[in-house]
Design a protein around this ligand. Structure first.
Ligand code: TYM
Length: 328
């Protein structure tokens, strides 16, 4: 590790990542490589806060790694590892548990949403989820965390925990700052007032491995409206389609369709066809690369990433334990 600041981020292995994950976070992960010491984790301990079948989880871990490598995460430039292979994450989580007020956790909107969705399984892990996330970040003394908007409250809590620790035991952690891009909240295709999410069903999102015809079908089914109003008052669904054109770097199509929208001549079917083609242009090379990466490749990369992460994590947890007094 050199003098560059450290950056950490994570993704849950809950299936094939979607274009919301990609535009909101993963694209930044790729672009920031080289500028920071980048550490990226597939956070399987976060994934098990929702009941998930063992084989499904295994498959998701490999798929998520395959996607990260296919979009351009380069294991020579970044550390990529599986969270559960570094037990220091859960160790630090426990130390932080003993500093984190219950009242702070009770404010977390993601916990409230997930608790509503999974009434049969409101477990302690789900409640404690943001503390484990704070441990992920602070174990590596990360100063920057590229994420989508939905994670900002968790990063704010991470700063609160870091401050509490530093105040009680002396300076130990940097205050991490989020990095959010323009696509911080990509909206759902079928429910455009809500963020794109696997929780809203197949037609909410486009996965990074959806075949071209599925991309086309999902975009065609996206919610729009009965026709243009004034451009400052666009319906959420149509605005999302325009935003996606920009996020996928097709500014010329954005300008063309916006002009048609303002003149009232736009055909949403044409806007959708253009958007589907634009998305497929980005997804084509990702799909091809993904099909060439074997499980064996992935295992080797994650093991080598874990070896690098472990060195940093062990040195830091030893310092922390010395400070807290939990050693003999
Ligand atoms: P996860 O796995 O839900 O999502 C991964 C990343 O994708 C972003 N994202 C979105 N961005 C824009 N629009 C959307 N519709 C959208 N949906 C998801 C998320 O904001 C996230 O950046 N708690 C984290 C994982 C985590 C983590 C960490 C992140 C665990 N430890 C430490 C940063 C640092 C999560 O559940 O992400």
């Amino acid at each position: 590790m050199n003098e560059k600041p450290t950056l950490f981020s994570g993704i849950k292995p809950t299936g094939i990542p979607h274009i919301g994950n990609y535009l909101g976070a993963l694209k930044q992960w790729v672009d920031l490589q080289g500028k920071y010491n980048c550490i990226y984790s597939i956070v399987d301990y976060h994934a098990i806060t929702i009941a998930i079948d063992k084989d499904e989880l295994q498959k998701n871990i490999y798929t998520t790694a395959r996607i990260l490598l296919s979009i351009g995460i380069n294991p020579d430039k970044s550390i990529l590892f599986l969270q559960s292979t570094i037990p220091e994450h859960t160790e630090l989580c426990w130390i932080f548990n003993c500093l984190t007020p219950m009242s702070e956790l009770q404010r977390m909107t993601q916990f409230k949403d997930k608790a509503k969705q999974h009434r049969q399984n409101i477990n302690a892990g789900l409640f404690d989820y943001p503390v484990l996330m704070a441990a992920d970040i602070l174990l590596y003394n990360a100063e920057f965390v590229p994420v989508g908007e939905d994670q900002l409250q968790h990063i704010e809590l991470t700063r609160i925990i870091a401050k509490k620790f530093n105040n009680r035991y002396g300076e130990m952690f940097a205050m991490p700052k989020p990095i959010v891009g323009p696509a911080k909240r990509v909206m759902s295709l079928n429910n455009p007032t809500k963020k794109m999410s696997k929780d809203l069903g197949e037609s909410s999102y486009i996965s990074l491995l959806d075949p071209p015809e599925v991309v086309e079908k999902k975009v065609k089914k996206a919610v729009t409206d009965t026709g243009p109003t004034d451009a400052n008052n666009m319906s959420a669904g149509v605005k999302n389609l325009f935003d996606l054109l920009v996020y996928f770097d097709n500014n010329s199509a954005y300008q063309r369709f916006m002009q048609q929208y303002q003149q009232g001549t736009i055909k949403y079917s044409e806007l959708k066809q253009e958007l589907a083609n634009t998305i497929n242009k980005t997804l084509d090379p990702i799909r091809t690369k993904a099909s060439n990466i074997t499980d064996d490749d992935i295992k080797k990369i994650l093991q080598s990433g874990a070896n690098k992460a472990r060195q940093i994590a062990q040195a830091k947890i030893n310092k922390i334990k010395q400070t807290v007094g939990t050693f003999i």
